[in-house]
Design a protein around this ligand. Structure first.
Ligand code: C2E
Ligand code: MG
Ligand code: MG
Ligand code: MG
Length: 281
């Protein structure tokens, strides 16, 4: 009897794995066309200064409305694209399109607002990245210091020469770097200090637990203090409640980002809303 139960369980388990694998293969098959058929678009999410809520950055987040699969979240398709060269092509599309939009709305944005773009580890391994970015900056006329790349700890696990060289080149051009999802990966404090970083973004799973107080709150306090010791601007991501805002501000967190302030949305909508607010006041 026990054996039958076991077999049933493994049957279920392997059906599940086959389904996941089919979906993965399907996504992998559809991604190249998605790029050519214009199925991607960008949404932007501001992050704000804790003190006066001015926009310190707008972060670019990719969206995919597949003709075949409907909406597929980047949390699902980016890791799949990262398993192949596709992430490099998608990444170049994101950089080019984001810079174009930023340039189009340049005069409507505060001069302190930077454009933040997420980079996958594979993109930093691609030797053309620096040249590509330099060329797009030149074409759009956006100053390098208005650009920020968000990388994760996963970019650094292999300590590759190319990645470190690319980071140095881009940083020497004046581009800023943020460490995204901090606290979820393999952290090496020596590495953090050695990298050309400007910003530390505390992962939302820590941020959302500050309300429970106790050790969770103390952990966030420790991360913020460590970031400041390293001379970094500290950002909390995934801020959803007024209580989180109050606690994070009390802990001296510099900048905040999350649904409490803004949901990611089209840049036109975001700026349209802002203009309306201004006209009403
Ligand atoms: P991320 O860079 O850490 O972005 C934050 C994610 O949290 C976004 O999910 C955002 O929509 C979501 N978020 C923002 N505020 C809140 C909040 O208050 N509560 C909750 N629950 N979520 C919030 P999204 O857009 O689904 O993106 C997921 C991840 O996919 C990103 O995490 C990033 O790692 C990756 N990604 C998105 N766009 C790109 C891209 O253009 N290139 C690359 N390489 N990766 C991207
Ligand atoms: Mg990010
Ligand atoms: Mg993040
Ligand atoms: Mg993330």
């Amino acid at each position: 009897k026990a054996k039958e139960v076991d077999r049933g369980y493994y049957q279920f388990y392997s059906d599940q794995m086959n389904m996941e694998n089919d979906r993965r293969q399907e996504i992998l098959r559809l991604l190249p066309n998605a790029l050519h058929n214009d199925e991607f678009h960008l949404v932007l999410q501001p992050r704000v200064a804790a003190t006066d809520q001015r926009w310190s950055s707008i972060e670019v987040l990719i969206r995919w409305n597949s003709e075949v699969l409907g909406f597929v979240s980047p949390g699902e398709f980016i890791p799949i694209a990262e398993g192949s060269h596709l992430i490099v092509d998608i990444g170049y599309w994101v950089i080019r399109e984001a810079l174009r939009q930023f340039a189009d709305h340049y005069d409507e944005l505060d001069p302190d607002t930077v454009l933040s773009i997420n980079l996958s580890p594979k993109q930093l391994e691609h030797r053309d990245l620096t040249r590509f970015v330099a060329e797009e900056i030149r074409k759009t006329g956006i100053p390098a210091y208005r650009l920020e790349f968000e990388i994760t700890e996963h970019s650094l696990t292999e300590e590759s020469e190319t990645t470190l060289a690319t980071l140095a080149e881009l940083s020497n051009m004046g581009i800023r770097f943020a460490m995204d999802d901090f606290g979820t990966g393999y952290s090496n404090l020596g590495m953090l200090q050695a990298l050309p970083l400007n910003v530390l973004k505390i992962d939302q799973r820590f941020v959302q637990r500050v309300e429970t107080g106790g050790k969770d709150l103390e952990l966030v306090r420790a991360i913020i203090n460590m970031g400041h010791t390293l001379g970094l601007t500290v950002v909390a991501e995934g801020v959803e409640t007024a209580q989180q805002v109050a606690l994070l501000t009390e802990l001296q967190c510099d900048e905040l980002q999350g649904y409490y302030f803004y949901r990611p949305q089209l840049l036109d909508t975001l700026l349209g809303g802002l203009q309306r607010e201004v006209t009403h006041s």
